[in-house]
Design a protein around this ligand. Structure first.
Ligand SMILES: Nc1ncnc2c1ncn2[C@@H]1O[C@H](COP(=O)(O)OP(=O)(O)OP(=O)(O)O)[C@@H](O)[C@H]1O
Ligand SMILES: [Mg+2]
Length: 396
């Protein structure tokens, strides 16, 4: 049965052939920005690209920077990812690190790589030598050492959740976020012969970066979008899940499942629904699917998945913005033909007493990225039918 929590890897990873091929081929000359709303399957695609490249003999570094709040922490985690990547090439990486991280060299003098506690010593030493003033030159030193992890091939650095990281940095200090983006761009330029980058971004990344005047620092990246599965792929995905679980499959059942979940066919929601269907022992008719959709996915079973979307408004959207987001979503879920942006701006002003349209648009970008809404010209809609159905039931 398919996974419903972490990234789908190995035999759980389904399709995404076009996206993976596009990334691998574009990587020959470009660095990549992989864009999708939350839960669409970005990390799964990244890990599959990593697997493909590794199979072809390339070295890949993967780091998730969702909880990184400063450039100095980014450089630190980059060094740790490099340390973990290739035990065979670790020696030459460390030698190069020691030449620029002098105190680290001192610390590790008496230590053998194979000794227990070595990594902790390494991490302590790296952390000690990077600070808010030197992160940019130390970052270069780490990248130069990374080059020595593989002498023959270009190395691919995969940075998941870069947009979250930039947002974290920007919340603390916009100028640092600008410098950091500028630095990342310059590393891509100066090291393009040896290092390639795949970064994961939210759909609102460009909008947010543009707002603080830094679009120029990311527009060298080639954007590849991850959307929902096509209907054909979604049906094959369902068929395979039925077969893997030993259930008889008929296309009518697959179509009914897709009708319930609705487009875009996001593997995450299909997987959740399938896991609920397979819990049931009964023989399935189309009516049963509809019934399971209403009683399970939109019932107590679905609560664990969907409450999260309600709760995250309170956690990630601050104060009056959470109020405004709730007011807007309440109306959007009811509007059959989409909800006019202008009316949403009225709701925003009423809830926040803020007249600034840019702040309103930033809120909409966040809601778009976090999977709630999508833009349809001058109208706003719910991105997913399931979430809209859920919202109409419990949040109106
Ligand atoms: N190619 C795929 N094959 C099978 N299942 C998938 C695939 N892509 C995504 N999924 C499903 O969606 C879930 C989320 O996938 P993933 O973690 O890759 O998404 P994400 O966009 O990185 O999410 P987040 O925004 O939380 O980081 C997985 O647990 C799995 O259920
Ligand atoms: Mg992810």
């Amino acid at each position: 049965m398919s996974v419903v929590s972490g990234p789908a890897t190995g035999k759980d990873f389904f399709d995404r052939e076009d996206e993976v091929k596009a990334v691998v081929e574009s990587l020959r000359k470009d660095n990549i920005l992989l864009v999708a709303p939350r839960r669409y399957g970005k990390t799964s695609v990244m890990r599959e690209v990593e697997r493909k490249l590794t199979e072809r003999g390339y070295l890949c570094l993967y780091l998730d920077v969702m909880h990184v709040h400063s450039p100095k922490d980014f450089v630190f985690w980059l060094a740790i990812a490099a340390f973990d990547t290739s035990p065979e090439a670790r020696g030459s990486f460390l030698e190069n690190m020691k030449s620029s991280f002098v105190r680290l060299g001192e610390r590790l003098k008496e230590f053998e790589v194979s000794m227990s506690g070595f990594k902790a010593k390494f991490a302590e030493g790296v952390k000690e030598e990077i600070n808010d003033d030197n992160w940019s030159s130390k970052g270069y030193d780490v990248l130069n050492a990374i080059k020595h992890l593989s002498e023959k091939n270009c190395i691919c650095i995969i940075v998941d959740e870069l947009s979250e990281c930039i947002n974290n940095v920007k919340k603390r200090d916009e100028e640092t976020a600008r410098e950091f983006l500028q630095w990342l761009r310059s590393t891509r330029q100066t090291m393009s012969e040896d290092l390639k980058f795949i970064v994961g971004g939210s759909v609102s990344f460009k909008g947010i970066v543009r707002n603080f005047g830094s679009l120029a620092w990311i527009n060298d990246l080639k954007t590849i979008n991850i959307s929902g599965f096509t209907k054909e792929v979604a049906l094959k995905f369902i068929k395979k899940a039925f077969e893997d679980s030993g259930w008889d499959y008929e296309e009518e059942i697959g179509l009914k499942i897709l009708e319930c979940v609705g487009a875009p066919y996001i593997p995450y929601f299909i997987s959740i629904f399938l896991s609920m269907i397979f819990e049931d022992e009964r023989w399935l008719s189309e009516e049963d699917i509809e019934e399971l959709y209403n009683s399970k996915l939109l019932g107590a079973h679905g609560k664990g998945y969907f409450d999260y979307y309600k709760q995250r408004l309170g956690i990630y959207y601050k104060g009056v913005l959470a109020r405004a987001a709730e007011d807007i979503l309440r109306e959007v879920c009811l509007a059959e033909q989409g909800f006019p942006k202008a009316l949403a701006f009225d709701l925003f002003r009423r809830a926040t007493v803020i007249e600034d349209e840019e702040k309103f648009m930033n809120l909409l970008y966040d809601l778009e990225n976090d999977f709630y809404i999508t833009f349809d010209g001058e109208h706003i809609r719910f991105q997913s039918k399931v979430l809209r159905d859920w919202w109409r039931l419990y949040n109106v």
